[in-house]
Write a protein that binds this ligand. Structure first.
Ligand code: ZN
Length: 246
């Protein structure tokens, strides 16, 4: 079984479309680590696609706010404007779907899935301080998560922590062969709003038979999303940041 691992698509349809074209033929099932909506202008289309095509999705903080589970006041002003706009774009049925998304962590046959961390879906796992307790929570040696929009992998070998960097800018993929006795926390990066300085859409593929994780990046028509953000009347900074990958 080969899994396409998506996280933080954030209503960016051109980015999701590019990822699906790039990954075509390379996966059997799709998993999503949350934040289907927010920031970008295609929340209905992205929500519908995720709903129809994934075997596992956990909710993200933007999904919670748009669904009315969490208060808008936790967001900065830009995210609040985008969340309010997003609510107006979704049908009652789509909002109900977001409201019913499960809280992570989810446990599948081969790995775990969550948005922030296993103890808190809103926690940013950016370093050893947050990664160490996350490793303690694992029953499988492998987990996928999102929230930070930073592609990369934390590894733990006999409790010694290490990091695998994202795909270099001049490459499209790195392959990580999973070793026995090593634990892996994999952030595929964000499909719809990368923040690691690389504006290309980010995702991962996990081949459970070969025991290989592939981190991947693909170009997408950023200008298409940026223009649609401006046309929708969303804050222009949301359009500008996509070109920089921040
Ligand atoms: Zn996010």
């Amino acid at each position: 079984m080969r899994f396409l691992i998506l996280s933080d698509p954030h209503a960016n349809w051109p980015a999701l479309e590019a990822v699906l074209a790039d990954a075509e033929g390379k996966f059997d099932q799709v998993v999503c680590c949350g934040d289907l909506v927010g920031y970008n202008p295609d929340p209905a289309r992205v929500t519908d696609w995720i709903r129809q095509n994934t075997i596992c999705v956990v909710r993200g903080n933007h999904d919670k706010v748009v669904a009315g589970i969490d208060s808008l006041e936790w967001f900065n002003e830009i995210a609040q404007i985008a969340a309010r706009w997003t609510i107006g774009q979704l049908s009652d049925d789509q909002l109900a779907y977001l409201r019913e998304l499960p809280i992570g962590p989810a446990k599948l046959e081969h790995f775990h899935v969550w948005h922030g961390s296993p103890r808190d879906e809103d926690e940013y796992v950016t370093g050893a301080r947050e990664a160490a307790p996350a490793f303690e929570a694992l029953e499988h040696p492998l987990a996928f998560f999102g929230h930070t929009h930073l592609q990369g992998i934390f590894v733990s070998k006999h409790r010694r922590l290490g990091v695998i960097a994202p795909v270099p800018r001049n490459e499209r993929e790195i392959a990580i062969e999973l070793e026995p006795d090593v634990l892996y926390l994999v952030n595929p990066g964000s499909v719809g709003q990368p923040r690691d300085g690389d504006p290309r859409a980010a995702y991962a593929i996990y081949d459970a038979e070969q025991k290989v994780v592939y981190l991947r990046r693909v170009d997408y028509p950023i200008q298409r999303t940026a223009s649609a953000i401006v046309e929708a009347g969303l804050p222009e900074v949301l359009a500008q940041r996509l070109a920089y990958g921040f």
